[in-house]
Design a protein around this ligand. Structure first.
Ligand code: TYM
Length: 331
């Protein structure tokens, strides 16, 4: 059985990008693999050093994990900071991670640009913490969206380097995975290439959004005056609406609007109305489950404790072996 590990930062509600890029795959993978899915609360401190409410953000993601269909009996669901062995492996990996390679990481360069007043060491070493998360359970597959591809490449670098440095065949080199398909990137409603909650509050649709909120955001999505010639290539914001429709609407709805576009007969208002309704049908069952689960503190506590225990067991085994491989010995 293959080992699968993945995580989501606890920086608020999950959006359609998180769901489509990651969680949908978590749910499929838990059936036939040994899965560990966690809430990355250490990672959230790289961008939210003093989060308004760390505990509630973690709880929100746990509720949403469960509402999306993650089953604590099938997968190990846990909170990153409940497993301190991750922090120890992060420290050890940092000793063999080079500043040059960390500085070249695209997500680090982007953070220098977008948050120049808080370029902290946690941001620089984000990929080593992520590698520690993954290899602490000796994972083979990591279900993630396309934006995480480079982090996975770095994870393989760190795992391979550990094996070579200590002359062992200990860590597998894990791959980014999307259930037999290409990795996906769900675009934003603001014309941007990636749906993300940090760029613009209107870019993202959250699983917890009400139908009214969804209609409002989709109707405000950026469009243009429409094509002037048949079969014209689509500008990015229009391409985005089509990509969202491809993900959330029926195939014949998608081809109907594609044909209208190609014949220069498209009315974006009609297309957006349809897209909003399709997204609402998709997210409503999740939202309803979230509302019920959010009030069940006892169950949430039980899930978190059960996950922590299982994750700690696997993580402490790895850290014990790693310490032995490196040469730490009791006096
Ligand atoms: P995060 O919290 O930004 O996103 C969680 C997951 O959602 C995916 N995702 C998307 N997929 C497609 N389209 C989008 N617009 C979109 N936006 C987000 C991300 O690819 C990711 O899979 N570094 C990770 C969290 C993490 C992690 C790990 C993941 C920490 N340790 C270990 C895997 C393994 C992150 O920031 O994800």
């Amino acid at each position: 059985m293959e080992i699968v590990v993945s995580g989501i930062r606890s920086t608020g509600n999950l959006h359609l990008g998180n769901y489509f890029g990651a969680i949908r795959n978590f749910v499929k993978m838990q059936e036939a693999n040994h899965c560990y899915f966690f809430i990355a609360d250490y990672h959230s401190l790289t961008t939210h050093p003093t989060p308004a409410d760390l505990h509630n953000s973690v709880k929100t993601v746990l509720v949403e994990f469960l509402a999306c269909g993650l089953d604590p009996e099938k997968s190990t669901l846990y909170i990153q900071s409940d497993v301190p062995a991750v922090a120890e492996l992060y420290l050890l990996l940092n000793m063999n991670a080079y500043v040059g390679e960390l500085e070249r990481c695209t997500s680090f360069k982007e953070k220098i640009r977008t948050m120049p007043n808080n370029v902290n060491a946690g941001l620089l070493t984000y990929p080593t913490l992520m590698a520690a998360d993954i290899i602490i359970h000796k994972a083979h597959k990591v279900p993630v969206g396309k934006d995480q591809e480079q982090h996975l490449e770095m994870t393989r670098t760190f795992a391979g380097r550990f094996n070579r440095m200590y002359d062992v065949d200990y860590f597998p080199e894990p791959v980014a995975y999307n259930f037999g398909e290409e990795l996906v990137k769900i675009p934003g409603l603001d014309g941007g290439q990636k749906m993300s909650k940090s760029d613009n509050e209107n870019s993202a649709i959250f699983l917890a959004d009400s139908p009214e909120a969804i209609r409002k955001k989709v109707m405000k999505a950026v469009t243009d005056a429409g094509p002037t010639e048949p079969n014209q290539p689509k500008p990015q914001p229009i391409e985005n609406i089509f990509q969202l429709m491809q993900a959330f609407s029926a195939p014949d709805t998608f081809s109907h609007f594609s044909n209208l576009y190609n014949r220069c007969e498209i009315r974006y208002g009609d297309m957006k109305k349809q897209l909003a309704e399709d997204i609402i049908s998709y997210t409503t069952p999740f939202r309803e489950k979230m509302e019920t689960l959010a009030n069940d503190e006892a169950y949430l506590g039980k899930v978190a404790r059960m996950g922590a225990e299982k994750a700690r067991e696997s993580a402490s085994r790895t850290i014990r072996e790693v310490r032995e491989i490196i040469g730490f010995k009791e006096m």
